[in-house]
Design a protein around this ligand. Sequence first.
Ligand SMILES: [Zn+2]
Length: 206
Amino acid sequence: MKSSELSKLSICPSCDLLVDTQAHCRAGNVLICPRCKHTLARGRRARFSSQFALALTCLIMVTLANTYPLLSFTFLGIPSSANILRGTVLLLENGYYLVGFSVVLASFIAPILLFSLICYTSLSLSKGWKAPFLATALHFQDDLIHWSMIEVYIVSFLVALVKLVEYADIDLGYGLWCICITLLLSTRLIQRIEPAEYWERYVHIR
Ligand SMILES: [Zn+2]
């Protein structure tokens, strides 16, 4: 038997029978051992339309997070407010180019690109419509999922907040709540996305 054929087989944990998993375990199916009737796997039905809705909400939230202030504070009697884009401009103006570009990439470009790609591919696949450059979008989506760094951003923001509390009166802004909602929804979205499901559906609508 060839190694490619062996890789499609799995062993039933109940009776040790070799079962061909790839041939049977399609979306919506349950794979049952033909000898002992043990349930071996369940093929989940891909939920492209709900993934589209989640990605669209994340896209709106991350855009609002970048426009509304994260916090407003009063230092020496002077009120001020801060948002991500203004903070990035300050970093670049002061010569911190690497940090500035990293913040723009992690907080703005990468999440907006990722959520837009998921909206595009999920909508296209849920409608069974082969959109232009769909394969390229799926490749980029697979790569960008590993670059989602909103949680790192939140941790560094909280560290800065703890330091700032000692010197100024701080009010949390709408931008911070938008980031927290984005973080919760994007974690759920990324957990739900199975790249193999997207490619399988892509092959079927060609
Ligand atoms: Zn069995």
